[in-house]
Design a binder for this molecule. Structure first.
Ligand SMILES: Cc1cc2nc3c(=O)[nH]c(=O)nc-3n(C[C@H](O)[C@H](O)[C@H](O)COP(=O)(O)OP(=O)(O)OC[C@H]3O[C@@H](n4cnc5c(N)ncnc54)[C@H](O)[C@@H]3O)c2cc1C
Length: 403
């Protein structure tokens, strides 16, 4: 991994700029939001977006700091920041993402065998394979270690039986990383971490239809699913440690640094003016609303700076820590407050779900407000994060059994 500083970093900047000039389809740069929306859709990208994804995957720059030996970019954190700046300058969105990149890949790089890394990482780097997460069960959410999906040792394979719930994107996934019980006599020390194919006999996926009509997640059933022995990640009965690490990676992706929940910090006041109007000095007419919008933007910027500082302090040589719980809770709070404020200044226009009397912006605001509620549940609820903060960061007595 090259660790350029100063002039060398500028050399890399030139290199990145030239590569983007030659490879990023200019048609895409005109609409960043359209790229983001298309990439979040379950449909596979088409046209120039597909081409962009293919080129970024082949270059490894969608996973810029991952080892080049497995197809990653092999860049230093400083180079990766330069690349992100140059991509932002031309309106390029990173087309490589999903649970493979945000959760499973970094965990496998730490806990996987050489064979497992060679087998799975290249397809994550190119965005070829979609992964889903089989952790939660009907009786095991916050208390995840109560899970009971079992994997029996059948000599040359594991026989998996049980069910998972809230499997996001399970209906589109090719592979699942899954927690299974391999020892019923112990709780945390009886859990193992396995991966297997979703398209095989015995795996059944039932999308859960929400009132809004969409199905972001599924119930997933396993009946006598045969899982090869080599698909165990980490030690037998040592899956809890692997899972905790993966959850830290999951939460570190929810700190707002990837712009998912709290994008465009300066836009809120601008949008508010359209509804509330301006005073004679050109400021938002409602002073109370003005104060609360400014407070929200201060919180948001403070969070972004804190996340950046924490990343710089870590200098890429230590993985995410329990502090990801603080960042996750803070980001979700800022994003939810922002969504509340938006609906408030939109007034009755902020109650629209369908219909021509509401603008696209208004309909999106309502959907974001509703979907944002899930932010304090997935990846571990707010209360569970608070338990982690009190136990692992503040060193308070452990009065719970949660992860
Ligand atoms: C949009 C979305 C996507 C998801 N995607 C996935 C996925 O892809 N894969 C997956 O495996 N899971 C997924 N989940 C599940 C998610 O991880 C769980 O919903 C979450 O861990 C909470 O578990 P639960 O729903 O069983 O709630 P419960 O554990 O039953 O909690 C209910 C309430 O009790 C509180 N509570 C529970 N225990 C404690 C405690 N010890 N101290 C204080 N309060 C407590 C909780 O905070 C919560 O408010 C997803 C959830 C959502 C909403």
């Amino acid at each position: 991994m090259a660790d350029f500083g100063g002039a060398d970093l500028e050399g890399f900047r030139t290199q990145a700029r030239e590569w983007l000039e030659a490879n990023f389809p200019k048609s895409l740069g005109k609409d960043v939001e359209a790229q983001q929306t298309a990439l979040m859709s379950p449909e596979k990208p088409a046209g120039d977006l597909a081409l962009w994804k293919e080129r970024m995957g082949a270059k490894g720059w969608g996973t810029p700091t991952w080892p080049a030996a497995y197809g990653g970019g092999g860049l230093s954190p400083a180079e990766a920041r330069v690349l992100a700046q140059e991509m932002a300058a031309v309106g390029a969105v990173n087309p490589i993402g999903g649970m493979g990149v945000g959760m499973f890949g970094p965990t496998l790089l730490e806990y996987g065998t050489e064979e497992q890394k060679k087998k799975y990482i290249p397809d994550i780097v190119t965005g070829k394979i979609r992964w889903c997460q089989g952790f939660s069960e009907p009786g095991a959410g916050s208390d995840l270690a109560s899970l009971s999906t079992k994997a029996e040792d059948k000599g040359d394979y594991w026989l998996v039986n049980g069910s998972k719930i809230w499997t996001s994107g399970g209906q589109y996934a090719d592979m699942i990383f899954c927690l299974v019980r391999t020892d019923f006599t112990k709780k945390h020390e009886g859990i193992s971490f396995v991966v297997f194919e979703m398209h095989q006999p015995g795996v059944e996926v039932r999308p859960i239809k929400l009132i809004a009509g969409n199905s972001p997640f599924c119930e997933t059933f396993f009946t006598d699913v045969k899982v090869p022995k080599e698909n165990l990640v980490g030690p037998l009965n040592g899956g809890w440690t692997v899972a905790k690490r993966l959850l830290q990676h999951e939460r570190s992706g929810m700190n707002g640094s990837r712009g998912a929940t709290a994008a465009r910090p300066d836009a809120l006041g601008v949008v508010a003016k359209k509804y509330v109007g301006a005073d004679e000095q050109g400021r938002l007419a409602d002073s109370d609303l003005r104060t609360r919008i400014v407070m929200n933007e201060i919180d948001q910027r403070a969070l972004q700076q804190t996340v950046r500082r924490a990343a710089l302090e870590a200098k890429g040589n230590s993985g995410p820590s329990a502090a990801t719980s603080i960042m996750k809770n803070a980001n979700m709070k800022v994003a939810q407050d922002r969504a509340e404020l938006t609906l408030e200044f939109m007034g009755h226009q902020g109650l629209g779900w369908d219909g021509a009397e509401f603008t696209e912006e208004e309909r999106t605001a309502v959907r974001s407000w509703l979907s944002g509620k899930a932010g304090s549940i997935y990846g571990g609820s707010n209360e569970v994060q608070n338990n982690i903060i009190s136990k692992r960061i503040l060193g308070l007595p452990d009065l719970t059994q949660s992860h």
